[in-house]
Write a protein that binds this ligand. Structure first.
Ligand code: C5P
Length: 232
């Protein structure tokens, strides 16, 4: 898979999601399904969106003992998703078990990417609550490298970290980056943002874009603009 725009379908129900996706009659966007929609609607929402021809990033961020994650990943793999994810904080054995669970009988599997430190965690909360005293940038890069060494395909990271992740883990290691806004758009609650064009320049492999597309007056036009700026 090459560079692509992933639309974050942060809707609360199947009805809202399908009404939104119905607008896309030409190119079917790659979509991200998160916890809210998955827990509300269950695996059927994944099957429905998949059957409409969309690729799916299932953003459930698994984090448990290796055996549990392995079995859960086997279930997700059977849903035929294209990307799924976990917390690198689950450590190497959990990440390797996840890969085993994802791998189908024919050897194929969805891409597996890791969350490093959540962007809601800062230096203060990391030191105070997790007792991790190293600088957060170093921790993020260490988690990325640990994920790479466990055999994962990439990480979710800020566009501002994408370059450094590639320098640390290699060009082939995927960077999937939220926090994208149009130059003339609202930034909302995101703090550090980049335009699709900037994200392309710094080497993001996938951008995850929610409200600039889902809340636009013309979502298809906003999606097409995003693709033009990011993919070219
Ligand atoms: O609407 P917006 O473009 O801000 O949506 C970004 C999407 O990426 C949301 O689904 C959000 O949960 C997700 N995300 C994020 N920042 C992270 C990780 C995930 O914005 N660090």
């Amino acid at each position: 898979m090459g560079r692509d725009v992933i639309v974050a379908c942060d809707f609360a129900s199947k009805e809202d999601t399908l009404n939104f996706l119905d607008k896309f009659t030409d190119k079917k966007p790659f979509v991200k399904i998160g916890m809210e929609l998955f827990y509300a609607e269950g695996p059927d929402i994944v099957k429905e969106i998949k059957s409409r021809g969309h690729k799916i990033f299932l953003d459930l961020k698994l984090h448990d003992i290796p055996n549990t994650v392995k079995k859960a990943m086997a279930v997700l793999s059977r849903l035929d998703v294209d990307i799924c994810n976990l917390h690198a904080a689950g450590a190497t054995d959990m990440m390797k078990a996840a890969l085993e669970g994802l791998t189908r009988a024919d050897g194929s599997r969805p891409l597996l990417i890791a969350v490093t430190q959540l962007t809601s965690t800062d230096q203060t909360s990391m030191e105070r609550d997790l007792l991790i005293k190293e600088p957060i940038d170093k921790v993020v890069m260490h988690y990325a490298l640990t994920a790479k060494n466990a055999g994962l395909d990439g990480v979710v990271c800020s566009p501002l970290e994408a370059q450094k992740v590639h320098d640390t883990c290699g060009k082939e290691f995927l960077t999937v980056t939220p926090g994208v806004r149009f130059a003339d758009g609202d930034i909302g609650d995101q703090k550090r943002v980049m335009t699709p064009e900037q994200a392309k320049k710094i080497g993001s492999d996938y951008i995850v874009v929610g409200r600039p597309i889902t809340a636009a007056s013309d979502p298809v036009a906003a999606y097409n603009r995003c693709c033009e700026e990011f993919i070219g």
